[in-house]
Design a protein around this ligand. Sequence first.
Ligand SMILES: Nc1ncnc2c1ncn2[C@@H]1O[C@H](COP(=O)(O)OP(=O)(O)OP(=O)(O)O)[C@@H](O)[C@H]1O
Ligand SMILES: [Mg+2]
Length: 149
Amino acid sequence: MEVITNSANDTIKLGEKISKILKPGDVILLTGDLSGGKTTITKGIGLGLGVTRIINSPTFNIVKEYKGDNIILNHFDLYRLDGLNNDFDLEEYFNDNSICVVEWPYNVNELLPKEYLLINLLAISENERKITITPIGNRYEGRDYSCII
Ligand SMILES: Nc1ncnc2c1ncn2[C@@H]1O[C@H](COP(=O)(O)OP(=O)(O)OP(=O)(O)O)[C@@H](O)[C@H]1O
Ligand SMILES: [Mg+2]
């Protein structure tokens, strides 16, 4: 699925729509350009999950946890994480009480689940983003995505 957004607000709205098809235990991997809108779409996902705190880039924390409606949103930014040479236990966060959104996932390739929802965000112009949503694995392929396109 491919969606073009024309503003940060559009991307937030898309994130909100995506949140409606998510289930506890889901993992969303965000890839693409620097400033592609990964944190922006996460704000929308958070809004849709009932998170009331403002979601900001977790760059200096690696992960931030947010309380939503009966769900925890774990927001990762692994940009600065280089392979496995640290004692950060990523898998601990992947569980059925939470939804995990991961920016720069390929820095920890070995630790990622086999199934996930992949969202790639490319900057086409200052305010345009091409956002491609690809379900990977049975868990995600079987869902109805009609509400987001
Ligand atoms: N259509 C759009 N969708 C999302 N963001 C947009 C759009 N148009 C402009 N922007 C701007 O682009 C920037 C996106 O920043 P954001 O922090 O979400 O990107 P990111 O992918 O998380 O960046 P980083 O690679 O640094 O983590 C914001 O300043 C936002 O206002
Ligand atoms: Mg970011």
